[in-house]
Ligand binder design. Structure first.
Ligand SMILES: [Zn+2]
Length: 62
């Protein structure tokens, strides 16, 4: 089964709840992902509004 992504912060989530924003609004409709290790140094992290290292979906279908 494909992992889900959090609709709010784009994080790829295993399970039914996002560990970052504690949301359960997850979706399997996402495309591509990136691993962000240093959010404070990453332009992409800024674009995705990510401040926790981890694996994030690039595109989420709303
Ligand atoms: Zn989230």
């Amino acid at each position: 089964m494909k992992d889900k992504a959090c609709k709010k912060c784009h994080r790829i989530v295993k399970g039914n709840q996002c560990p970052v924003c504690k949301e359960s609004k997850l979706t399997q409709s996402w495309k591509g992902y990136t691993i962000i290790l240093n959010p404070e140094k990453s332009e992409l992290a800024e674009e995705l509004k990510v401040d926790t290292p981890g694996k994030y979906a690039l595109r989420i279908k709303k």
